[in-house]
Design a protein around this ligand. Structure first.
Ligand SMILES: [Zn+2]
Length: 319
């Protein structure tokens, strides 16, 4: 099997798990929508794979409780409610039959009452509020020095990736994010789905590493366990993949001036004296300080951050 079709199979498995019979349809719809943006089918599949499955791999995630188990247990609540109701029906039926046989009118009445009130019981049961919580610790390696940038970037990156209007607040070493999921987050969220979810992050440094203790919360109606499990699962996955982007951006924002670049390159044992102007290709001496310089030939503005990105890409591409 080629890499793309293996990735497709894994994605399909995941979508069927989440959406049931509609899984394949929804996956195909998402692929086709991205193809319209000019990507090839293979590219789209590998992009989706990275987003839904692959991006979790480079991070060191130590779940206290497995996410799949946590969200699947919500669906089990729903099924156990259905079983309970079937049992309730059967029991009332048995009571009616026994009442008739032994000619005890009150038993028959009691059985009938139980039988006809069962829809009410079902309704009450499905409208009970249920809380959900999932905790995990994510370790971001060698990111302790980027803590302020990471804290600052999380809300905006998360907002953009979920397309939700989020609210957030900082409190010492904590960040709380909350939002009311709408149909852009899950098309069925209106059907007993969670009305509000939140993510609580507390930051700790461990030498060079950054530790994030994350608690996800939500509350939903028992009858909406299926929708809720999907919403919660997406919440956790979106948050994890936002973190990846946050770390990447925080690290590149960190180095903003030329002196840090010179230092960084020196650490790698390389001496760089000149850089090429991205506009005219003219050779420019690498400035010793500052974060912006001008090309003496064409006047183009060159930012330290861009030079840093080029160097970072070069180093990454080296065998
Ligand atoms: Zn130039």
């Amino acid at each position: 099997m080629s890499e793309a079709s293996e990735e497709y199979e894994e994605l399909l498995d995941l979508y069927v798990k989440i959406w049931g019979d509609r899984g394949k349809l929804i996956l195909e719809k998402e692929i086709n929508e991205r193809i319209k943006n000019g990507l090839s089918r293979e590219d789209v599949i590998s992009e989706l794979y990275k987003k839904e499955i692959g991006e979790r791999k480079p991070m060191n995630i130590k779940p206290k409780d497995k996410l799949e188990y946590s969200v699947e247990s919500l669906q089990e609540v729903y099924f156990s409610d259905v079983l309970l109701l079937i049992f309730y029906y059967l029991l009332s039926f048995v009571i009616i039959v026994v009442g008739f046989k032994s000619e005890m009118a009150f038993l028959v009445l009691f059985g009938l009452l139980a039988y006809f009130t069962s829809p009410l019981v079902a309704l009450v049961l499905s409208r009970l509020k249920t809380d959900w919580e999932f905790k995990e610790t994510i370790k971001l390696e060698k990111s302790a020095n980027c803590l302020p940038e990471i804290k600052k970037l999380i809300p905006s990156v998360f907002q953009r990736s979920t397309l939700q209007k989020i609210f957030f607040s900082y409190d010492d070493d904590n960040l709380e994010i909350r939002f009311k999921p709408d149909e852009k987050f899950d098309p069925d969220v209106g059907k007993l789905g969670p009305s509000e979810v939140n993510v609580n992050i507390s930051f700790k440094t461990d030498k060079e590493d950054l530790l994030l203790d994350i608690a996800y919360h939500g509350s939903h109606f028992r009858g909406g366990g299926n929708v809720a499990s999907r919403v919660y699962r997406k919440l956790v996955l979106e948050f994890r993949s936002s973190l990846n982007e946050v770390v990447e951006r925080a690290k590149s924002e960190k180095v903003v001036n030329f002196s840090e670049i010179v230092e960084l390159i020196a650490k790698c044992g390389v001496v760089v004296k000149e850089i090429k102007c991205p506009e005219c290709g003219g050779k420019i001496e690498l400035p010793k300080e500052g974060s912006v310089t001008k090309c003496p030939y064409c006047g183009a503005t060159i930012e330290a951050i861009d030079v840093y990105k080029i160097i970072k890409d070069l180093i990454k591409d080296l065998p």
